[in-house]
Ligand binder design. Structure first.
Ligand SMILES: [Zn+2]
Length: 264
């Protein structure tokens, strides 16, 4: 049995996991080679993803982890022994946090292969694209959300694979360990928006939530900036995404971190 895939654009597919409406993206070349981004989440879901790839006669040539959080660095032996790229900053960060991340994976999605968990390969320092034979996947690196986070822009299909940014269901989740979490997030949004404009992106696949078209993509930039502004100025964000209890709780950490940087 496979797992339902939704076509995002020609040669781009996504699969939705039950946990946190997590989205995995597949970029598929004409010969069936795949670039797999952030496969997740449960063991069964990742196995079903492997089934679906095999059923369709595709094969995984390479993978990309948008960042090192545990739900983005999962793997199954059946997906193959291929490079799982990440930015150099992310790959380095992963080495230090691997054990803690593995414990989090075990708590929410137990049973993943421990040896394969989080085995990332650093992109070359000057890499502008993921090394693979299929459609170009340009790397937009920034510091928002997690060290070495990167989105991928697929210029041939006009798709932005955003990682844990630009979600319709999650507020901006800041890297509260950074020196300037809100500043990093602003900069991250700026970089993503510049890429959207430059490459005429018309669809966004977030790490969690739902596929968005051009109007929805524009709306997400607006609401995320409104949220950030409220965070920095200490006003009530009034963001409907905060109705979710775990997000309301997640909102408290940045509140303290941001006020430590911006006491106004
Ligand atoms: Zn994350």
């Amino acid at each position: 049995m496979g797992r339902e895939l939704t076509q995002v654009a020609p040669g781009v597919w996504m699969a939705q996991a039950e946990t946190w409406t997590s989205l995995t993206t597949l970029v598929v070349a004409d010969d069936g080679a795949c670039l797999l981004v952030d496969p997740g989440i449960t063991v069964a879901e990742v196995e079903e993803l492997a089934d679906e790839i095999h059923i369709r006669g595709w094969h995984v040539e390479a993978a990309f982890a948008t960042h090192t959080h545990w739900d983005h660095v999962l793997w199954s032996a059946r997906l193959g022994h291929v490079p799982r790229w990440a930015t150099p900053t992310a790959a380095e960060a992963q080495v230090g946090s691997r054990d803690a991340d593995l414990a989090k994976a075990d708590a929410t999605a137990p049973g993943h292969d421990r040896d394969l968990f989080g085995r990332l390969t650093a992109l070359p320092d000057d890499a502008v694209a993921v090394p693979w034979s299929g459609p170009r996947a340009l790397v937009v690196a920034h510091r928002a959300h997690a060290p070495g986070h990167a989105a991928l822009v697929l210029p041939d299909s006009g798709v932005l694979v955003a990682g844990d940014m630009l979600s319709d269901v999650e507020i901006p989740l800041l890297d509260v360990d950074a020196a300037d979490p809100a500043g990093d997030y602003h900069d991250g949004l700026h970089r993503l928006e510049a890429a959207v404009t430059r490459y005429a992106v018309t669809a966004v696949v977030p790490g969690h939530g739902h596929l968005g078209g051009p109007r929805e993509l524009a709306r997400r930039f607006v609401v995320d900036r409104v949220y950030l502004r409220a965070l920095v100025t200490g006003q009530d964000a009034g963001d409907p995404r905060l109705a979710e209890p775990w997000l309301a709780q997640a909102h408290e950490g940045p509140l303290r971190a941001v006020r430590a940087v911006s006491p106004e």
